[in-house]
Design a binder for this molecule. Structure first.
Ligand SMILES: Nc1ncnc2c1ncn2[C@@H]1O[C@H](COP(=O)(O)OP(=O)(O)OP(=O)(O)O)[C@@H](O)[C@H]1O
Ligand SMILES: [Mg+2]
Length: 325
């Protein structure tokens, strides 16, 4: 029997605009359809400025008030969240949806012991007596593989390595037992071994909790090793969405093909990639309907004038008039 995955997030036709682009009329995040199933581990990749963080902020209900967000549908666990000001966000933001960002040292208070910082968050979600709270903090530290939790609980962030601080941030994000964890460049800035250890831990926690994870990274190799599905964004548009195997063996969008081809052993990071001409178009000016057209060797008139929809079989969706396969 075929068991249908359970849908956690359903987002249709998401558009995010800023006043700065008012003249050109270009949306910074443009016609994005996005979904996540319960327990799914999805990587979101793309060059700097492609709108990954904006999408993450929209999903976690922390979009800047300067942004104008519209969607045809925004459902999380069946709850309609299309209005960012809706009080339905209470209890979901920071609880059902946890977020881990880059630079954990900046996010942690430098003057409060890490154990206390975790306890603060656990206490927001559950009422526990003093001893039970202490035990819950130790459990949270052990869950993110902090060695000697009983010793580290009294450490200040400056006494811990960057990788350890990121584990503390994960413990904080996991405290509400979220159904979705968004990790936005959570491993950037850490050394390669620590990066892999952190993503492996994320994946293991996601599996143990049946928690979905949106893993945003410049690092294609990490995405390849740990994700079930990969979403490729370019200039605010999703250009391809495929299973990891499909994306790396037979990418359909010329942009994804360039990303994966330019990586010997598919190991480089997006920002290090060569071979993709030009840069992300300036959205304050007029841009082609397919925003990759100006960088694409296969582009023709249709690419400049008509926006391609994301279409195809579920494990190989592509938004391209001239897909490679
Ligand atoms: N408050 C804002 N006002 C105007 N433009 C903004 C604002 N926030 C983001 N943008 C623009 O939105 C675009 C996408 O930004 P975003 O931070 O989502 O990119 P990203 O893919 O996360 O990049 P990176 O990989 O560098 O983190 C950028 O061009 C950025 O300048
Ligand atoms: Mg970002």
């Amino acid at each position: 029997m075929n068991i249908q995955p359970e849908r956690l997030v359903e987002l249709n036709n998401l558009t995010i605009r800023f006043g700065a682009n008012a003249q050109s009329g270009n949306a910074t995040v443009d016609h994005v359809d996005f979904h996540l199933d319960k327990g799914e581990f999805v990587a979101l990749v793309g060059e700097s400025g492609s709108g990954k963080s904006l999408l993450a902020h929209a999903l976690s209900g922390i979009l800047s008030p300067a942004a104008e967000m519209k969607s045809d549908r925004f459902h999380f666990s069946g709850v309609d969240l299309s209005d960012p000001k809706s009080n339905k966000w209470h209890g979901i933001r920071g609880r059902e949806i946890g977020v881990v960002f880059q630079n954990p040292r900046a996010a942690l208070s430098p003057v409060r012991k890490v154990g206390k910082q975790i306890a603060d968050v656990i206490a927001e979600h559950r009422f526990l007596r003093k001893q039970a709270l202490k035990e819950a903090v130790l459990e949270a530290l052990a869950a993110v593989r902090i060695p000697d939790p009983a010793l580290r609980v009294d450490a200040y962030p400056h006494e811990l390595s960057g990788g350890m601080c990121q584990r503390i941030m994960m413990a904080i994000a996991l405290a509400g037992d979220p159904a979705l964890l968004i990790a936005d460049e959570a491993t950037t800035g850490l050394d390669t071994t620590t990066q892999a250890a952190i993503v492996s831990l994320l994946r293991q926690q996601a599996e143990a909790r049946h928690m979905a994870c949106l893993f945003i990274s410049h690092d294609l190799a990490l995405a390849k090793d740990f994700a079930h599905r990969i979403i490729v964004m370019h200039a605010g548009q999703i250009v391809e969405e495929a299973s990891v195997d499909r994306l790396f063996t037979s990418p359909r969008h010329p942009y994804s093909a360039a990303l994966t081809k330019a990586t010997p052993a598919n190991a480089a990071t997006v920002s290090e990639l060569s071979g993709i001409p030009g840069g992300i178009p300036d959205l304050r000016r007029s841009v082609p309907a397919c925003r990759f057209a100006g960088r694409c060797e296969f582009a023709d008139t249709q690419c400049w004038t008509e926006r391609p929809e994301l279409a195809g079989p579920p494990d190989a969706l592509v938004a391209c008039w001239r897909p490679l396969s």
